[in-house]
Design a protein around this ligand. Structure first.
Ligand code: ASP
Ligand code: MG
Length: 408
């Protein structure tokens, strides 16, 4: 007998029929003798609808009230799924985040989970119930409703699995796992049956959208295995991807996958004084404005000046450029410029640790296609490049071919 936390995303609970199908699946797991805790998202489209309502009244309004509104989608789903389970003869009980309680900090719309009180859930599990918990939401110390950021139900599920010491956290979605790259860009992308949490963490932070990055961070930190499966597959022994500890994976491939992100923008400031404190003067005001910076490159200085380039999300480009150019004026910079039509392509794989020359192979493949690399960043298990967005698809296909990922 195992304790399983299952999470069903928006499309998996998008209609009453889908919710009934989820109830059947939950009952199948339960009737095999497992304890089951289910985390659900809002029905598909619902969170966007709520955000639309907010924007029609007060786009820049109070973050507290916005969380009161956007958290309601999940409350509807927990009630509906509990009713569906009860209709099928299963003793089920719903919990909002506050009822659990999922305690978070008070950063509305991007709150972080601080602790989870699992006592009530444990009592109900012991009494034979299936527990249905609202994803994406929590409460702060003062009892204000908070939300965890878009896609946050994944994080609720992993955090609950950790708190309950579950055997596995299953994320049911509309795809049957993680692929070597997005099959919409490379139709012969292959399904990955098993990869490490660290690889998944890099893939998510480099642009793979299958799992919310915070959820993977949480799972990585606490060694919680995640299994990604499709709620649209009938067979329970269907394909899935197990994301687990590196030691549990036999096959250490050099490149596991190609991740990408379209929404990049690059900013450059040239001819700034090459002296202590300059990086802080340039990036401090950007971070004060809550703009997240991804890659950063500083040139080797000459004539006591240096150049700086960094990337931000495309949505923040205008704001970041304004701030940067203001700093540039103060520092007497030569030029402040940028380009908001950039993309990032990355190769990820734990085998890179023990293989030299992977980056060179990547650069060679891109060069053969005439793709200019604008920035490079590496970690132990990743090489990422920034390129012009118009070459993105070509770059992804080229790298997928180069590293033989369609055969893996
Ligand atoms: N309903 C929320 C969203 O759409 C949370 C989630 O689905 O994970 O972002
Ligand atoms: Mg989601």
């Amino acid at each position: 007998m195992a304790l399983i936390v299952q999470k069903y995303g928006g499309t998996s609970v998008g209609t009453p029929e889908r919710i009934k199908a989820v109830a059947e699946r939950v009952i199948r797991w339960k009737s095999k003798g497992n304890d089951v805790v289910v985390v659900v998202s809002a029905m598909s489209g619902e969170t966007n609808r709520l955000i639309g309502l907010i924007n029609a009244i007060s786009p820049s309004g109070s973050a507290r009230e916005k969380d009161v509104i956007v958290s309601t989608g999940e409350q509807v789903t927990i009630g509906l799924l509990s009713l569906a389970l009860q209709e099928q003869g299963c003793d089920a009980k719903s919990y909002t985040g506050g009822q659990v309680k999922v305690l978070t900090d008070n950063s509305h719309s991007k709150a972080r989970i601080e602790s989870i009180d699992d006592s009530a859930i444990r009592d109900d599990l012991a009494a034979g119930k299936v527990i249905v918990v609202a994803g994406f939401q929590g409460v702060d110390e003062q009892g204000n409703i908070t939300t965890l950021g878009r896609g946050g139900s994944d994080t609720t599920a992993v955090a609950l699995a950790v708190a309950l010491k579950a055997d596995e956290c299953q994320i049911y979605t509309d795809v049957d796992g993680v692929y070597t790259t997005d099959p919409r860009v490379v139709p012969n992308a292959s399904h990955i049956p098993k990869l490490s949490l660290e690889e998944m963490l890099e893939m998510a932070s480099q642009g793979s959208k299958v799992l919310q990055i915070r959820a993977v961070e949480f799972a990585h930190k606490y060694d919680m295995p995640i299994r990604v499966l499709s709620s649209f597959d009938k067979d329970e022994n269907c394909k899935s991807t197990l994301v687990t500890r590196e030691e549990d994976i036999m096959e250490k491939v050099i490149v596991r996958g190609v991740a990408f992100n379209r929404d990049e923008a690059q900013l450059t400031i040239t001819g700034v004084p090459d002296e202590p404190g300059v990086a802080h003067k340039i990036l401090g005001p950007i971070s004060d404005a809550n703009i997240e910076v991804d890659m950063i490159v500083q040139n080797v200085g000459s004539d006591n000046t240096t150049d700086f380039t960094f990337t931000v999300h495309r949505n923040e480009y205008d704001k970041a450029k304004e701030i940067l150019c203001e700093t540039g004026n103060k520092l007497g910079a030569r030029e402040c410029s940028g380009d908001n039509k950039m993309a990032k392509v990355s190769i990820v794989g734990v085998g890179m640790r023990s293989h030299a020359g992977v980056a060179a192979t990547m650069f060679g493949a891109l060069a053969k296609e005439g793709i200019n690399i604008r920035m490079i960043s590496t970690s132990e298990i990743k090489v990422a490049v920034v390129i012009d967005e118009k070459y993105l698809e070509l770059a992804v296909r080229t790298l997928h071919d180069e590293f033989d990922l369609d055969k893996s």
